[in-house]
Design a protein around this ligand. Sequence first.
Ligand SMILES: Cc1ncc(COP(=O)(O)O)c(C=O)c1O
Length: 446
Amino acid sequence: MPTIDETYSARFPTSAVMSEKAKNYFPSGIVHQNRYATPFQVYFDRANGGIKFDLDGHETVDYVGGNGALLQGHAHPEIVAAVASQFAQGSHLGGSTPFEIEWAQALLRLVPSAEQVRFTNSGTETTLLAMRIARAYTGKIKILKFEEHYHGWHEYGVVGAGNSGASVPKPIIDMVVVVRPNIDEVERALKNDPDIACCIVEPTGGHFATYPIQPLPFLQQLREVTAKYGVLLIFDETITGFRVSKGGAAVKYNIDPDMSTFGKIVAGGMPGAALAGKAKYMQMLERSGDPEWDRNVRVGQGGTFNANPPTAKAGIVGLTMIAERPINEMADAMAARLKAGINEAFQRTEVSGFAYGIASMVNFIFGVDPKGEEYFEAPPLTYEEVRDEKSSKAAGFLTKAMLNHGVHVMGGRVCMVSSAHTAPQIDLTIDAFEKSLRDMRAEGLV
Ligand SMILES: Cc1ncc(COP(=O)(O)O)c(C=O)c1O
């Protein structure tokens, strides 16, 4: 019987050639570090709804979902129409447009904690902007964040979450206080360090909840303790925004953050993002006419493509759809079916591991058995269990094994389910998962 890698190499020959070619142009042959794969990465050229097609013509059920951006699935016809018609009327008007106002209204309708908005082009830019506003408002410089919570690839976003590497200077690393999501650790850090401006959190846990937290009562306690020490609370809802509920994690768990960062879903599948927050903080961006304030206090923000009209239109259509239709409910129902089916597959194959997750995120872990109901939503996994080397290796092979059976999961650790996925696609995925577990067991990977 061929190995997972042998089947993969035989199934995707055009991708193998393309991948070699790409190495001439891109470091590691890739344009996003998470697309790194051995022996090569698969190339796709089109997608629709819950499926996409690779260069060798295979139809693949897709759960990368635009890295979590496509809650409504690929190429939703209403979003496509809105972007295409706007593009034909100008992609950048070099001035203010009514569309940016409509986009902000659509966003604020879903996010009751916020009063004002600024648009950006990525989650990375947005968390950076939030941190700068927090510093300007409080006059303090440090950032409190959680181990393995990812806030984009700027210097403050990567510390304690992957590879801060040689490019992040020591003085910046020293400005970032990293703790585990434990309220006593948070309080100790805030008590000991009067120079902390803000606390930023991925509200369902680091790396799209691969490192899950129990959101309640932790997020409530975080709100209380940050308020007590005069530290701004920033919810990084780049992933959770509009996915874990119509209003994101803050609405789902009834928390009132000072500022929230949105990316991905907020722009309807186009490259766009937004910071939304209380007016008193957002006003750090205002011009007052006082030269001293404008030059030395105010936070400056640029961005050539902020709220460009096609993106704004996609955002308006996407967010309005979420507000007015059962998009979340549809995606959540498909995710529940997927999660249950995968857990049955784990049982049937007697492989140690399980699927968990909130709303339309379905995460996987290997080598740990579920010990109670809570394990299927937000399990009390330790960082050591999530990081376990064997489990991480298994996740790497799961991606390839699943692609061999016509399914693409993100990083072998999560499925981002959309409202466009159908029950037959989910059932095909469950079947592919069971086959993949068997393939992996045959190679001693699980
Ligand atoms: C929680 C979180 N914050 C920020 C970012 C960065 O967003 P972007 O890739 O749009 O810069 C990501 C990206 O996945 C994310 O998951």
